[in-house]
Design a binder for this molecule. Structure first.
Ligand SMILES: [Zn+2]
Length: 391
């Protein structure tokens, strides 16, 4: 028999269920309590009305929100790109191979090294409140190296993405068509059993619209659902392709035409914004306000990877989105929780409502607004995942 616990004396509870709270998208409840039974939330409401339970936890007048849902990361890698970052931030040219540097290090690493690196960053993310995460392959670029990355990832999350189409493998740099054949053929056969999603970097210098379409449709035929690295560095066909193929998410969305914004507003594809990438490359920010005003669903995620966004901190991304992308604190918190869940087509996470998985974050602050108001401060005081206190 599972035991029940009430978390009570919550100054501000973010439920992400408008019917439970003040009617806003965050469904805020003041002076609230949450009851957890085993791994599930079974009750939310005012502190004074909470039912009797086996155990009691006093939140001490602080805020509780759903665990963050980080729907975009690249954690199967080895090596380090400090020199590249340092050169870029020092205004010096840097000619080393970018993603290919990481590919070489990843291929050379043992399974145990890759898994140790993955679990290190997962623990780091968990301490900052991330209770659900997606992660991708894409630094192996051979049949064996992509498949082993996904096999290792699948031991740690259900949200595994096959990204053989990250860049063309260096061996086939002169024959990208042959690489697309590999990604949609033998590599897909080896990878599909370990993955839920298929992704492609649709960008100049990576894969064009026709190649991206070939990759995504081949993955879909094998039961994988598309998501797309779209419109990060330049305008292009990625976002409209994502919406046309009913991808769960179009990620980055930094360079959008009005037609792209309209497509996102009208389709089922979530626009996932990754401000860590713009921060770490000193690039122009994506315009979250424009997407929200058009009616698109927006998620916020870290894009944690060793090259262009080496942060595992969702709170940092929330602060950037509020400061520089036109989001209100409420919108940014929603996008980092319920928005991430939508980008993974999940309804059991990203909200605190009866039936949801008991993934909760206690902040050392009276409200969720402090995530943006106090940037860089480690406010996460406690984390529960599936009802178990893990931080
Ligand atoms: Zn990415």
């Amino acid at each position: 028999m599972s035991s029940t616990t009430v978390i009570t004396n919550i100054a501000t509870l973010v439920t992400n269920d408008p019917s439970l709270g003040d009617g806003s998208p965050l469904g805020l409840v003041r002076d609230a309590a949450v009851v957890v039974d085993g791994d599930r939330v079974v009750w939310t409401g005012g502190s004074s009305k909470a039912p009797a339970t086996d155990n009691r936890f006093d939140a001490g007048g602080r805020a509780v929100l759903p665990g963050f849902v980080d729907s975009h990361s690249h954690l199967l890698f080895a090596g380090d790109r400090t020199a590249e970052f340092n050169a870029r931030m020092s205004g010096r040219p840097y000619s080393a191979g970018g993603i290919r540097t990481t590919v070489a290090a990843t291929r050379a690493a043992s399974d145990a090294e890759l898994e140790a690196n993955l679990t290190r960053y997962l623990a780091e993310a968990l301490r900052q409140g991330t209770t659900t995460f997606e992660t991708k392959s894409g630094y192996g670029l051979t049949v064996e190296d992509e498949a082993r990355a996904l096999r290792i990832a699948a031991a740690h999350t259900d949200e595994v993405t096959y990204l053989g189409a990250h860049v063309v493998a260096p061996e086939l740099a002169d024959d990208p068509a042959a690489y697309v054949d590999l990604v949609t053929g033998e590599m897909l056969d080896a990878c599909a059993p370990h993955a839920r999603w298929i992704d492609v970097f649709c960008e100049k210098g990576a894969f064009d619209g026709d190649q991206a379409r070939a990759v995504l449709t081949a993955g879909r035929a094998r039961g994988l659902t598309p998501r797309v690295h779209a419109n990060q560095l330049s305008f292009g066909p990625g976002v409209r392709l994502a919406v046309e193929l009913d991808a769960a998410s179009a990620d980055h969305c930094t360079h959008l035409t009005d037609a792209d914004v309209d497509a996102l507003a009208q389709g089922n594809t979530v626009a996932t914004l990754l401000p860590g990438a713009e921060f770490s490359t000193r690039a122009a920010w994506p315009d979250a306000r424009r997407l929200l005003d058009a009616g698109a669903t927006v998620a916020l995620s870290t894009d944690c990877n060793p090259g262009s966004s080496f942060t595992s901190s969702v709170p940092f991304c929330v602060a950037l989105a509020v400061r520089d992308m036109g989001m209100t604190p409420d919108e940014a918190v929603w996008s980092a929780t319920a928005g991430g869940a939508a980008a993974l087509r999940r309804t059991d996470v990203g909200r605190i409502a009866p039936g949801a998985r008991a993934d909760l974050v206690l902040l050392d602050a009276p409200s969720h607004v402090h995530l943006a108001y106090r940037p860089g401060v480690p406010l996460v005081e406690a984390v529960w995942r599936a009802g178990v206190r893990v931080v």
